[in-house]
Design a protein around this ligand. Structure first.
Ligand SMILES: C[S@@+](CC[C@H](N)C(=O)[O-])C[C@H]1O[C@@H](n2cnc3c(N)ncnc32)[C@H](O)[C@@H]1O
Length: 454
């Protein structure tokens, strides 16, 4: 039988792919099924047919996997967020650990390394300290505020309640939606480049429940700004600051070229380990505070510092990993490309009386090149790049430096495998990798890899 788009077929799911889809086979052809779980037998509608695989969606569950559970969220299935909310948490952990191990084996070509048992998250719902909600319009032109449907970044659905950030955050979404509708504020139209409202970002310091509301808009007057900020502060005493970020670029991201602090200090406080952090709207901070503490303890452990080492923390954000490492190093140098993050890092060093850290602002490949030209030679390099992994030039500069140990923190096992393969081709051995679940209910997985110089 030659499979084609629109066919309805029966598929037994045996595995999960990175990206969250169930994997089955039909006449030797791999079929990826959104919402399918290992152990399921499903009636599937084929939606895409490529040379080597097909993709489809569930029409009917003929036999349910023993690991299948009822999702808690009313948006499950539509929302692009929690793709695994129908999978028992213990099973999520097993598949995440397997993903890390198999990516390193099959994509990285590694065979002789240890995969530590995955570290589970204590909180499996309401664990995020930051969420970004999008504005849009429904078919009647009415304002909506919520999240994107699965793999559809052009549309938005109205959020009732999200199970990843606190209940308070969902209440703030309702409040802001109501306010903007009453004030007749217009959602931004990315095609026409018109309108005003782009994103609502809510940040929450978990240690003291301090919240920040960040309204990301296109350019233009916001005469209701005072009313917006004071109304929020009055109705939600947990909100300590309200800011507006102006994004006039085509890139649809919740990041502003210009920030106006509408009320409060423009920052909130968070605590990680013994360190206090001031975080502003455009700075990076790990989204699962409790798991971040565990993650950074592993990084510190893998770094094997004795106190005399120069350490490089590449992609240093607001300085969190640097501070953990600085407790046991001579000096830590952080490199980070976002100005607000670097400013926060300096402020946070002061706040915590950390005297042996410096932070350099700029593109990793450029700042690192100038450090190499000055004969900077750290014994340990920690890297924590974004999902796309590291630039080739950064890797070759690291190989030029020849540190004793490299600790790679990654939120994407495929780019981790790719980058580690280049590092290991020359001078490094992959000793071990520790998967950490920072993102329950999603297929996303964090991992820390330890490399030692041959
Ligand atoms: C995954 S975060 C890690 C931050 C930090 N290590 C932490 O755990 O809090 C990646 C960081 O890399 C920064 N970044 C992204 N691309 C960069 C580049 N080309 N050069 C330097 N920093 C970059 C981002 O702004 C972000 O702060």
């Amino acid at each position: 039988m030659v499979l084609k788009k629109g066919d309805i077929v029966e598929v037994s799911v045996t595995d999960l792919a990175y990206g969250g889809k169930g994997v089955g086979k039909l006449n030797g052809l791999v079929v990826l099924v959104r919402g399918g779980l290992p152990g399921d037998t499903l009636k599937v509608k084929i939606e895409k047919k490529k040379k080597n695989f097909a993709e489809g969606s569930v029409v009917e569950v003929l036999k349910a996997s023993e690991k299948r559970i009822s999702p808690v969220c009313s948006h499950f299935g539509l929302c692009g967020g929690c793709t695994w909310q129908n999978l028992d948490y213990e099973a999520q952990l097993i598949y995440k650990e397997k993903t890390v191990r198999e990516s390193l084996r099959h994509l990285g070509g590694f065979s002789d390394f240890e995969t530590e048992k995955i570290i589970r998250s204590d909180e499996i719902y309401f664990y995020r300290n930051k969420m970004e909600f999008s504005f849009g319009k429904d078919l009647e032109g009415k304002l909506i505020l919520g999240l994107h449907p699965y793999e559809d970044f052009k549309r938005v659905f109205n959020l009732q309640k999200c199970h990843l950030q606190s209940e308070l955050s969902s209440q703030i979404v309702w409040w802001v939606r109501d306010f903007c509708a009453k004030e007749e504020l217009i959602p931004y139209d990315p095609k026409e480049h018109t309108g005003f409202l782009r994103y609502l970002a809510i940040r929450e310091g978990k240690s003291k429940t301090e919240m920040m509301v960040n309204l990301v808009t296109y350019s233009g007057q916001f005469p209701q700004a005072k009313k917006f900020a004071s109304g929020l502060m009055e109705d939600f005493p947990q909100i300590k600051t309200v800011v507006r970020n102006i994004n006039t670029k085509f890139a649809d991201i919740a990041f502003g070229e210009e920030e106006e602090v509408l009320t409060g200090k423009g920052t909130i406080q968070e605590k990680l380990g013994r360190f206090h952090f001031e975080i502003s709207a455009n700075s990076f901070f790990q989204t699962n505070t409790r798991q971040a503490e565990k993650l950074f303890n592993i990084v510190t452990d893998y770094a094997e510092l004795e106190g005399s080492e120069e350490v490089l923390d590449l992609y240093s954000g607001t300085g969190a990993i640097s501070f953990f490492l600085a407790q046991k190093a001579k000096r830590v140098t952080g490199i980070e490309s976002v100005k607000d993050s670097v400013e926060n890092a300096f402020r946070n060093a002061e706040l915590n009386s950390v005297m042996n850290c410096r932070f350099l602002l700029g593109e990793a490949k450029e700042v690192l090149l100038s450090l190499v030209q000055e004969s900077f030679s750290p014994q340990v390099i920690v890297v924590d790049p974004p999902r796309g992994g590291m630039h080739k030039k950064v890797i070759s500069l690291m190989l030029e430096i020849k540190p004793e140990r490299i600790i790679y923190v990654s939120c994407n096992p495929t780019t981790l495998a790719r980058d580690l393969q280049v590092l290991a081709e020359k001078d490094y051995i992959l000793e071990k990798v520790q998967p950490v679940d920072m993102f329950p209910q999603t297929y996303h997985i964090e991992a820390v890899a330890k490399l030692r110089r041959k």
